[in-house]
Ligand binder design. Sequence first.
Ligand code: ADE
Ligand code: ZN
Length: 342
Amino acid sequence: MGSLTPTLERLIRRLPKVELHLHIEGSLEPEMMFSLAGKHGIALPYASAEEVRKAYAFHDLQSFLDLYYAGCNVLRDKHDFYALAMAYFARAHADRVVHAELFFDPQTHTARGIDIGVVITGLRDAMDDAYRRYGITSDLILCFLRHLSEADAFATLEAAMPYRHELTGVGLDSGERGNPPSKFERVFAKARSVGLRPVAHAGEEGPAAYIREALDLLKLERVDHGVRCDEDPALVDRLVREQIPLTVCPLSNLKLCVVSDLRAHNFATLLRRGVVVTINSDDPAYFGGYIGENYRATAAALDLTAAELVTCAEHAVRASFLPAAQKATLLRNIRSEALHNA
Ligand code: ADE
Ligand code: ZN
């Protein structure tokens, strides 16, 4: 892998960043897993945080999801969700994240008897404090687990309705293979009817056809991952024509063997083709890097230029659910940082 020039290092450090693909449960670091397990008297099948990290060797999405869902078991009360999100915001602030749209997986918690209100209010308190402490704005996106049924997704949406005002969008995650977007067409229609903005994981492990299906049936505003789009050149044309953003997570793709080597990632090709690609961290505690590290590793592996890195940061602002005035401010800030670094 190539190394970064000091100029690119500095640019990446200083660029104001917007993160659009971050599972808050995927920011649970092993140290916090141990401290919460101790707090709740939960036995972990590991002797130390180091041992947990050693177990993070994945061969596909499911091998990761098995550990990710098991890790969630230590999240029990509102203070746990608050601490989880606050730790993410501190880390994000260090990477100059100025806005983040957080995914959360309520079904992972409600299935263990935890009320959805506990999850949402814990996260919301942290989001409010992150704004006060760091000036970071944030939104919540409720994700349905696609390996569960449509009925379960409907029940989850219903349970979330008392907290409708805390939510910005809905998403779709978990094991993609065999769980096509069509399974959730009706629940997404219902979510859109109450003003929730639709996104979904598609084309991570699943085929390009799932990306098309998600766009057509779920009416997505952006696609999470979407990296398998290049198996269908007409789909890539459409992504460019309609300027549909992809929230790409390069280190995740590497760790989950979606790509064998970052140098073989199609990120730069898609960027140069005119696709609105963005750089994100997905589940940083599991994949060995927060957003800054994703920028650095991608730039080094694919020889991204300063102008291209600035474009990625701008894409994320445009692809966000922020109001136009805040987007304009962030775009100005990115441009002024780029000029300073030139
Ligand atoms: N849940 C958490 N991370 C995920 C990913 N990368 N793909 C699908 N579901 C997920
Ligand atoms: Zn994801």
